[in-house]
Design a protein. Structure first.
Length: 430
């Protein structure tokens, strides 16, 4: 039996697409093996968000070639899309596929076996209008299922290459989303995470059907679905309809990840984020007032070109005032081909490193405060793993909960009384 090994860099969308391609290989008789094992076929699903992502992709290509010089190496995804010539020129690369036509990957592998001629399939993503289906009915080693509902982004933030790698917003057909959701529930998945390049941009290209319509249909039409989680949403997309759905639906969880990127208006302007901190804060306060149990997490980029120490301090204090429950902090990484890469006043690496460290310390403080506020409450927890004598899972608000109870089964939901806070984790009992 021929073997295939995947290495996936980057985001949850890439992880989803790797699972989709893996399922295609399995249907054609391939056996999945660990990346570190010798395989007949290696697939590197690349990321190009930063120049470092490109370098990691090249490193993985060289590693696969070294592991098995006779293997077929296929490079797919965002880096392959924006630099197909560069990728095709790397020694050992046999197949290059961009961010379209991944459903053809096994056919291309078989074609290469027969002809031993390099295959490059990279389309102009700016002309793409249709969502590319990669259906998945199972996920390896996961208790929650990721479901890609859209691709592409129309925002063109000045630091981001992704619109050029993925094209504009393309939404998956509603009936196809509902069908796959039902298949995943039938396979035993309790929670579905809706994901995409610009997830809540779903429906922008559809007639008379919005993201809130999709949430409502998933909540009411998929039998047995216990949890829906939104991977990320922009504040401008948190509409009254979305707020009402979260408040009233028994399956949409009380957690939203809403990127802010900076707490300084001038930096937001240079990023082309199209909102002010005052607008964001006003909407955040409305959201928390309507949904008092809601957990809000966010993304922050530090060291963006031109960010002064005063700007950073303003961001730090503003985030602390807004009291997000956790921060995902990224040092700005120059990406060639983006407007930000050409901006003056690039911030030195040691300064960025220090600012990341300070914001991560704030994140731990905010997460600990939020965890402490949950002591005494009863939370619904999906248990996913067992470690050091604890059953461990995530509450609907995405805090990690640990319980010592042999009767608890993994991949099941339980109401857990929170008894204590252990750092940023919660301890509880059934």
């Amino acid at each position: 039996m021929a073997t295939v090994a995947f290495h996936t860099l980057g985001c949850k969308v890439n992880s989803y697409e790797s699972e989709g391609m893996l399922e295609l290989f399995k249907k054609r008789g391939y056996q999945s093996v660990d990346w570190k094992e010798k395989a007949d076929v290696y697939v590197i699903n690349t990321c190009t968000v930063t120049n470092t992502g490109d370098a990691k992709s090249r490193q993985m290509i060289r590693r696969a070639k070294k592991e098995n010089p006779d293997a077929i190496i296929a490079v797919v995804g965002c880096y392959a899309q924006v630099a197909s010539g560069e990728v095709a020129g790397i020694e050992g690369v046999d197949i290059v596929i961009g961010t379209k036509h991944r459903e053809k990957i096994v056919d291309y592998i078989e074609d290469y076996k027969a002809n031993h001629k390099q295959i490059v399939d990279v389309s102009d993503v700016m002309k793409l209008k249709q969502f590319e289906k990669l259906n998945i009915t199972s996920f390896e080693n996961r208790t929650r299922a990721f479901m890609k509902i859209q691709d592409g982004c129309n925002n063109f933030c000045t630091y981001c290459i992704i619109p050029y790698a993925r094209g504009g917003v393309r939404s998956r057909a509603p009936e196809d989303v509902l069908r796959q959701a039902q298949e995943l529930v039938n396979q035993g998945f309790v929670e579905i995470v809706l994901t995409g390049i610009h997830t809540a941009g779903y429906g922008m290209d559809l007639e008379n059907y919005s993201f809130s319509d999709l949430l409502r249909d998933l909540s009411t039409k998929v039998e047995g679905l216990k949890r829906i989680r939104i991977s990320s949403i922009e504040m401008s997309q948190v509409t009254p309809e979305i707020i009402n759905l979260i408040a009233t639906s028994p399956v949409i969880v009380d957690h939203l990840h809403i990127p802010i990127q900076s707490g300084t208006d001038e930096t937001l302007r240079r990023m082309a984020r199209h909102y002010t901190t005052a607008e964001f804060e006003e909407n955040l306060n409305k959201l928390k007032a309507a949904l008092p149990t809601l957990s809000v997490t966010t993304d922050v980029i530090v060291g963006f070109p031109g960010e002064t120490e005063e700007d950073f301090e303003h961001t730090y204090n503003w985030i602390k005032k807004c009291h997000f429950n956790q921060l995902h902090v990224f040092p700005y990484s120059m990406r060639s081909g983006t407007p930000a890469a050409k901006m003056a006043n690039q911030v030195p690496g040691d300064v960025k490193k220090d600012r990341v460290k300070r914001l991560m310390a704030l994140s731990d403080e905010l997460k600990h405060d939020f965890a402490l506020s949950q002591v005494g409450r009863t939370l619904e927890v999906l248990f996913e793993e067992e470690k050091d004598g604890y059953k461990i899972g995530h509450a609907s608000n995405y805090l990690r909960v640990k319980v010592k109870d042999d009767a608890i089964k993994l991949n099941h939901l339980y109401d857990i009384k929170i008894t204590a806070c252990d750092g940023v984790d919660l301890l509880g009992e059934k």
